[in-house]
Design a protein. Structure first.
Lengths: 223, 226
């Protein structure tokens, strides 16, 4: 059996744990920044979507469909090569992956915010307005704080999704953990160890963040 | 920047000239997605049953689902195509490697969909069937599953849209799918914007069609249930 011919050498990974940690840090960091932008875009878009003005709701609807329907990988190359080519802006690969995650993520966050906003009873809005709060203040003090509790758990899941998606960044040479694993594989030819290590790190990270989401969900549950 | 935006001369004629490549790639993408969805529908049900089994078997199912839902397809495909291949001598071609990766990953998601659907069936159904003298397997196959299946179908079809999108990653290990052909054409014509916009549109159309199908199925099935 050929299995025996492969000499496992885990020291290749354990000796470089700092490099792997640094690589994983890049994945998390990029996912965090992409997620922050995705939330901002999503909230804005959800407000347009729930505005009731056709001029806003239709483009907002189409935006969501496109962002959720285009594969992350296609979007990444579209931004990094396509958009860069026609606009003359040369994105750094880091900017390209952040923009991609922000756009893809915003398709999901829009729907989450929309659901959160529309779950707040209209009476809340009417009551706040009738006691004299302005529209902005009504949103800021009454609607958004309540919607926040509803949107946090699904937003957390979106973040986890973006973290998984972020691992594609090595294809445009952002030096994350997958990029590192590829480099090590090319120079040392130890594919099993390096990719198993990366897979393991990703599983641990995702389960860690999922656990946080789960705890938040329990805490925020409306009694 | 704006200057270039206005001066960039688009050349969309490269797209009709590449139709043959799109067709070839599309047929590979569709084949990969279909095989993956069929296999993961079957494997997902098995995993769901294992997950719901009592004792250590249930724990194995739980771990399987947690691990595969936590991985990204890209990381997993690299592990299968390079890692496992080197360690075991099991050298899969790019297309089968893609199908295996997509199947294993999505079976975990599908298992959770099945599980939710099976748990949504009133326990009284099971009890009634058992008290009529049906065996455990028969109860599941003729009473519980047909009802759970109806609940699960829309979500399962939605999962299919994720499979279609995710399948673009197989281009990275050299499977000649839609994305792979597009990347090849880009390097041939040096027209990234035209090609990636087009391919984004093609994926979008596929996803919208499947999602629409899911919605229609959902409406039809709910009518039956009502």
């Amino acid at each position: 059996m050929i299995v025996l011919a492969y000499q496992f050498d885990w020291s290749i990974v354990t000796d470089r744990w700092r490099l792997f940690a640094a690589g994983a840090w890049v994945d998390v960091w990029v996912a965090v920044i992409g997620f922050a932008f995705a939330c901002a875009l999503g909230l804005l878009n959800a407000l347009l979507r729930t505005s009731g003005v056709r001029l806003f709701t239709i483009p907002s609807f189409l935006y969501v469909q496109v962002m959720r329907g285009v594969p992350l990988y296609v979007m990444l190359l579209w931004i990094y090569f396509g958009v860069a080519n026609i606009t003359g802006i040369t994105f750094t690969s880091f900017q390209a992956i952040v923009i991609t995650l922000a756009l893809t993520g915003s398709g999901y966050t829009t729907e989450i915010f929309r659901a959160g906003l529309s779950a707040i009873d209209r009476g809340q809005m009417e009551a706040a307005r009738s006691i004299g709060l302005s529209r902005t203040r009504t949103y800021g003090h009454v609607v958004l704080p309540q919607a926040f509790r509803i949107v946090v758990p699904p937003l957390g899941n979106t973040f986890v999704g973006l973290l998984k998606g972020a691992t594609i960044m090595s294809v445009i040479a952002v030096p994350d953990m997958v990029f590192l694993a590829n480099e090590l594989n090319v120079t040392l030819f130890t594919p099993f160890e390096v990719f198993a290590a990366v897979a393991l790190i990703l599983v641990v990270l995702v389960l860690f963040f999922s656990a946080i989401v789960y705890l938040l969900e329990r805490r925020l549950r409306i009694a | 920047m704006t200057a270039l935006l206005l001066t960039y001369s688009y050349d969309w004629s490269v797209i009709p000239r590449s139709v043959a490549f799109f067709e070839r790639g599309l047929s590979v993408t569709v084949r990969i997605a279909l095989f993956s969805v069929v296999f993961s529908l079957a494997l997902g049900l098995v995993v769901a049953l294992i997950r719901m089994a009592p004792g250590p078997l249930g724990v194995i199912g739980f771990v399987y689902i947690q691990v595969f839902r936590a991985l990204s397809l890209y990381v997993y495909i690299l592990f299968i195509y390079f890692g496992v291949a080197a360690a075991t001598g099991l050298n899969l071609d790019p297309i089968p490697a893609g199908v295996v990766s997509l199947t294993l990953l999505n079976s975990a998601y599908m298992a959770e969909i099945y599980r939710a659907a099976i748990q949504a069936i009133d326990p009284g159904q099971r009890e009634a069937a058992r008290s009529l003298g049906l065996g455990g397997v028969q109860t599941f196959a003729t009473v519980v599953f047909p009802q759970a299946w109806r609940i699960a179908i829309p979500s399962l079809v939605n999962q299919f849209t994720d499979i279609i999108k995710d399948s673009s990653v197989v281009a990275l290990i050299g499977a000649p799918d839609l994305m792979y052909q597009t990347i090849e054409r880009v390097s041939f014509y040096q027209r990234p914007f035209e090609f990636y916009t087009t391919v984004a549109g093609i994926y979008l159309v596929m996803v919208v069609i499947v999602a629409q199908l899911a919605r229609r199925l959902e409406r039809r099935l709910q009518r039956h249930l009502a």
